[in-house]
Design a protein around this ligand. Structure first.
Ligand code: 5GP
Ligand code: MN
Length: 334
């Protein structure tokens, strides 16, 4: 069932013991929104715990209260009367789904969220779940402390590519401006997120050399195999290196995290990559989406190129002949 902002605030107000989670492979919005909501609800004297069934990426380890994020142990339970799932539907939260039977309040901005078996507050126009949490804080009349503001700003900044992507709205800037008034220093946030070790830059450069173009340059892909991935365990920001290519509409990054598990990230300038991801069992936003394929890197590559090509044919971006005679252009021929 869909619930509006007011009903969402009411549900939070009437709960006492609240379990908060977000998706596996957490990003800045997942970490920022859970930490901010935790702080806001604790200021209202609620008993709140955050569990995420994954590691917190290095870029976000300096966020205020980040140590409060726990990973569920085997069969661990939390006695909650409300279970808040942020920035994803409840099917991408790993073992946290087994921690409680409390009713789910799902707060999200992904167009592919269908809200099964929960109360869903969905704002697809919100740039980030953090922007929704900002609105909820106002609806609750709760104070946004400097620490909560830092968490909210981080989620909004990372989901909008630092206020550059097409999801950036006047409301996003207004919220961000208020967060800066509350003490956020944008330069310090980007410094923290963009910081890389030399080893990471080396891995990035190796990944860049795997770049291939498809469909006359309309699609570009990067491939990180298990061996390369294990050197730093991050591919944060890699896709941004190729989405800038002038001919490219769809950019993708294929990463083999472990044997037969490939993560797909997609970005686009026009194409609806949420639709492509959905066909492969994933989801996301129109211009940023992803999925997981339980395949080898080579198999996943074929499946993904096929799916992107089919989509480009259907949307009249390439002809069926161009699709069938697709040539792979490699950067390493340079
Ligand atoms: P990223 O490429 O940054 O991992 O993800 C881009 C967007 O797509 C994010 O909003 C993310 O939540 C969403 N997304 C990525 N992978 C999946 C997936 O496997 N399933 C769904 N439903 N969404 C995904
Ligand atoms: Mn998000």
């Amino acid at each position: 069932m869909f619930v509006n902002l007011k009903e969402t605030a009411e549900k939070l107000k009437s709960a006492e013991n609240i379990l908060v989670t977000s998706h596996i492979n957490p990003d800045g919005d997942a970490i920022g929104s859970t930490l901010a909501l935790m702080q806001i609800l604790r200021s209202m004297k609620k008993n709140v715990q955050v569990y995420i069934d994954d590691n917190v990426p290095k870029s976000f380890l300096n966020l205020p209260c980040v140590d409060e994020i726990k990973r569920p142990a085997e069969n661990e339970k939390f006695s909650a009367d409300l279970f808040v799932v942020l920035d994803t539907s409840a099917d991408r939260i790993g073992k946290v789904s087994e921690m409680t039977d409390a009713p789910i309040l799902n707060i999200d901005h992904h167009v592919t969220n269908k809200g099964v078996d929960c109360d869903l507050h969905l704002e697809v126009e919100a740039a980030a779940t953090c922007e929704i949490i900002f609105n909820i804080a106002h609806e609750l009349g709760a104070e946004i402390t400097e620490n909560a503001a830092i968490c909210l700003y981080t989620g909004m900044a990372t989901d909008t590519g630092f206020f550059n992507y097409s999801n950036t709205k006047p409301s996003t800037f207004r919220a961000a401006a208020e967060l800066v008034e509350r003490g956020v220093q944008p330069n310090l946030i980007i410094e923290q997120i963009d910081k890389r070790t030399f080893q990471e830059v080396k891995v990035m450069s190796a990944a860049l050399r795997t770049t291939k173009l498809y469909f006359g340059g309309k699609a570009a892909g990067m491939f990180v195999d298990e061996e390369l991935y294990k050197k730093t365990n991050t591919t944060e920001g890699f896709i941004d290196l190729i989405r800038v290519i002038d001919t490219v509409d769809v950019a993708f990054l294929l990463t083999s995290h472990e044997k037969n598990i490939c993560r797909v990230s997609m970005r686009s300038k026009n194409a609806n990559v949420a639709e492509i991801a959905k066909r492969l069992g994933g989801g996301g936003h129109i211009r940023a989406a992803g999925c997981t394929l339980q395949k080898t890197l080579e198999e996943a590559k074929q499946i993904l190129i096929q799916a992107i090509g089919e989509y480009l044919v259907e949307t009249n971006n390439i002809s069926r002949e161009e699709f069938e005679n697709c040539e792979e252009i490699s950067i390493s021929n340079f």
